[in-house]
Write a protein that binds this ligand. Structure first.
Ligand code: XMP
Length: 512
């Protein structure tokens, strides 16, 4: 693999994704990992990420010089670029010429391998206080900028290179090309990480792990569990049984999507558990968001465990399939405590006392790779490109007590919003658009000749890369108008539609 050494910026995972877009497999490793550990992974190249520190700061994360002596190709980015320059005998200084944001980079000489034939002046994203003022001996300077005398250098013989700017972000339009050239041309790595190869490798790995055994997979309706289940089904056929829990907090059409569309596409064994009443009973009288989440999580696990016990009674189900993704793996290994803002409940969450062996066919994959695998496996677009939907479902989109009537109201309003967004071709522009029912708020309206006293719903369209931060989406007024007119005409209990124009932070995407 190509190892991306994480120096503490949020960019390491993005770099890993970009490397994979160049069809080269990559993994993120913490900067605290010892050189021996890194070399034990037999890396085809090492990329040093950016980071928030200054190389002079006391306690700034350092790089073991042994890393550049090991003969493995190395690429440095931003902070990693400065560490690399320093380790090879170049000079890094605080020149006072800081650069933040969009900056013009000038290609010098013939541009070397990295910058060859790129526009002589092109934009790139910078974020640095210190600068490399002298490149290490033997390295050719191929780019410069106003604040960075050395904005890129390379030593093709030693297969070492780097750039001061961030090639991994969208604001550096030639960044991907520069990364690709490092990987393919300087490091000499062959591009072999393709969707077809991922599918083939994963199916082989699952077959090897499960052998003649049987597996259970919880389906949520979302893309991750669907793709994980399909891969496993390809490997072990009808020795896989999928379990889908209908907790009554689903949106319109979701159960059909799983029971009909998913089964039609895969031919998988499916058991649906209808637990609608049980969840409604458990949620009766509850208005506190955290309490709702805890109850839904708890009931979900109980129902799922019962389904597992029932299946185990019928056969030797030893394996449990989970749709864990690579970012979760990186983050849980990352150590540093992130604060628990909301207790996230993941469908199929592993009950601690149940003896299962885990099968996690998506452990190495980013979300975009999961979607491509899903398409490769022939899953319908409606599943592959489904927007995120929280495990606790509509339960956390009713502000107030969750009741059957309120769920029906919200489900109807939500279906209209989704229909109109799809019809307007907005699905790929938005990350998701929760519709929230303010069930404890009433407002006066007028309809026909009568006064109404109904409830408002909130539209919460957001744009985001990863749900960690988000901005409210500027939906066209015509689309908003159609949604509002239809909801207030077609959903009797709703007489007002309002728009949430809060970014995240400070607002979260969901209201509860
Ligand atoms: P927030 O509201 O925290 O949401 O900004 C971020 C993203 O996570 C989704 N979300 C959840 N997903 N279980 C999930 O599987 C949960 O409990 C949960 N809560 C929020 C939310 O829809 C958004 O995409």
């Amino acid at each position: 693999p190509v190892l991306v050494v994480d120096f503490g910026a949020q960019y390491a995972q993005l770099i890993a994704r970009r490397v994979r877009e160049a069809q080269v497999y990559s993994e993120v490793v913490p900067h605290t990992a010892a050189v021996d550990e890194l070399l034990a992974k037999n890396p085809s190249a090492i990329i040093l990420s950016g980071g928030p520190s200054s190389v002079y700061e006391e306690g700034a994360p350092a790089m073991d010089p042994a890393l550049v002596e090991a003969g493995v190709p190395v690429f440095g980015i931003c902070y990693g670029f400065q560490l690399l320059a320093q380790a090879l005998g170049g000079t890094v200084e605080a020149t006072g010429a800081r650069e933040y944001g969009r900056t013009e980079v000038k290609v010098t000489g013939d541009g070397g391998v990295l910058h060859e034939e790129l526009p002589t002046r092109h934009p790139a994203w910078m974020s640095h206080g210190d600068s490399v003022t002298k490149a290490p001996e033997g390295a050719v300077v191929t780019a410069t900028s106003e604040g960075a005398p050395v904005a890129g250098f390379e030593n093709t013989e030693r297969r070492i290179a780097g750039v001061q700017y961030h090639p991994e972000v969208g604001h550096s339009p030639h960044g991907q090309e520069v990364l690709r050239r490092f990987l393919h041309e300087i490091a000499g790595i062959r591009p072999q990480w393709t969707t077809a190869s991922i599918v083939e490798d994963q199916i082989a790995a699952i077959s090897a792990q499960v052998g003649a055994g049987r597996a259970i997979c919880g389906l949520s309706g979302g893309v991750d569990s669907a793709v994980a289940a399909t891969l496993v089904q390809r490997a072990i056929g009808d020795r896989l049984t999928c379990v889908f829990v209908d907790h009554g907090l689903l949106r319109s059409g979701e159960r059909t999507q799983v029971e009909r569309d998913f089964v039609a596409a895969t031919g998988v064994n499916l058991v649906t558990v209808d637990a609608r009443e049980r969840f409604l009973d458990a949620l009766a009288g509850v208005t506190d968001p955290e309490q709702k989440r805890k109850i839904i999580g708890r009931e979900f696990i109980r129902v799922f465990e019962q389904a597992e016990r029932d299946l185990k009674a019928q056969g030797d189900y030893r394996f449990l399939v989970q749709g864990t993704l690579y970012p979760d793996v990186v983050e849980s290994g990352g150590g540093a405590g992130t604060s628990n803002i909301k207790s996230h409940h993941n469908v199929g969450g592993l009950p601690e006392d149940l003896a299962f062996e885990l099968v996690e066919p998506l452990r190495l994959l980013f979300k975009d790779e999961v979607r491509r695998v899903g398409l490769e496996l022939g899953l319908p677009e409606t599943i592959v490109h489904r927007q995120p939907f929280p495990g606790p479902g509509l339960g956390i989109r009713i502000i107030g007590e969750v009741t059957a009537d309120r769920l029906a109201t919200l489900r109807a309003a939500d279906a209209i919003a989704r229909e109109e967004l799809t019809a307007a071709g907005m699905d790929r522009d938005i990350w998701q658009c929760p519709v929230v029912l303010l069930a404890d708020v009433r407002s006066v309206g007028v309809q026909g000749d009568g006064r109404t006293y109904g409830h408002p719903v909130v539209l919460r369209p957001v744009s985001s890369e990863d749900a960690m931060t988000a901005d409210w989406t500027r939906l066209p007024y015509e689309v908003l108008e159609r949604i509002s007119t239809r909801i207030t005409n077609e959903v009797a209990e709703v007489n007002r539609v309002v728009l949430d124009v809060t970014s995240k932070p400070p607002g979260t995407i969901e209201w509860e």
